[in-house]
Design a protein. Structure first.
Length: 228
């Protein structure tokens, strides 16, 4: 599920959950900024969705509590309507192709004390290209899987990927079976942090594991090539 569809789903489900039972008790003034975690530059027009973490029996259930965006200078001012009985709020900073999404939990006590000086630091994304080139002449004997983690986060969760130039046999996942494989996977990962790419090759009844570690720089062409 894409990031935008995921956010719309959260708002839809949360609105249903709170419909008819969204009891508020007072308001709280919030003020702050959204910043690049490395450069500390403010980020304009960044949407933030607030979820009230409500206790339901033994479970914690998120409910939609409001949303706002930073202004052209990367700052925000917002009046939060406190949900009755809720003491923790999740601030979901919406991601896009430039910055990763971020969920930041804050307790009501923290908001009461620091609510007028809230900084949210988000991580810049960088382009990453994975190049796959099968040199083996033995047809339909290999199966290759690839996965990656960026700063410990599963790459498929962090950002979607696009595959170009499939081999002869493929189910359009991160798996290649034999054939003439000369493929490219394009995605985004955390900038200025390590990304670990794992290659798993099944050949002649044996499994071989390979690993590449790349420090992806922002605003640069980052790539890894695997030949087999």
């Amino acid at each position: 599920m894409g990031i935008r569809r995921y956010i719309r789903f959260i708002i839809f489900v949360s609105s249903i959950m709170l419909s008819g039972c969204h009891y508020t008790e007072g308001t709280l003034d919030l003020k702050g900024k959204v910043l690049d975690e490395k450069t500390k530059a403010t980020i304009p027009n960044r949407k933030i969705i607030i979820q009230a973490l409500m206790k339901n029996d033994e479970n914690i259930v998120p409910g939609y509590a409001g949303e706002f965006s930073t202004d052209s200078s990367g700052c925000f001012v917002y009046l939060l309507k406190k949900v009755k009985g809720v003491y923790i709020y999740d601030f979901c900073i919406v991601g896009d192709s430039a910055y990763a999404f971020l969920n930041h939990k804050l307790g009501l006590a923290e908001l009461d004390r620091y609510g007028m000086f809230l900084p949210f630091y988000v991580s810049k994304l960088a382009d990453l290209t994975l190049k796959i080139d099968r040199k083996s002449k033995i047809p339909y004997r290999d199966t290759l899987f690839v996965s990656w983690k960026s700063n410990g986060i599963d790459g498929e969760i962090l950002y979607s990927y696009k595959i170009e130039n499939y081999g002869v046999i493929s189910d359009k996942t991160l798996r290649w079976i034999g054939g003439n494989v000369k493929s490219i996977v394009k995605t985004k990962v955390y900038a200025d942090k390590n990304t670990i790419v794992n290659w798993t090759l099944f050949r002649n009844g044996k499994v071989k594991e390979f690993k590449d570690t790349i420090f992806c720089k922002r605003d640069a062409e980052n790539s890894v090539c695997f030949k087999y």
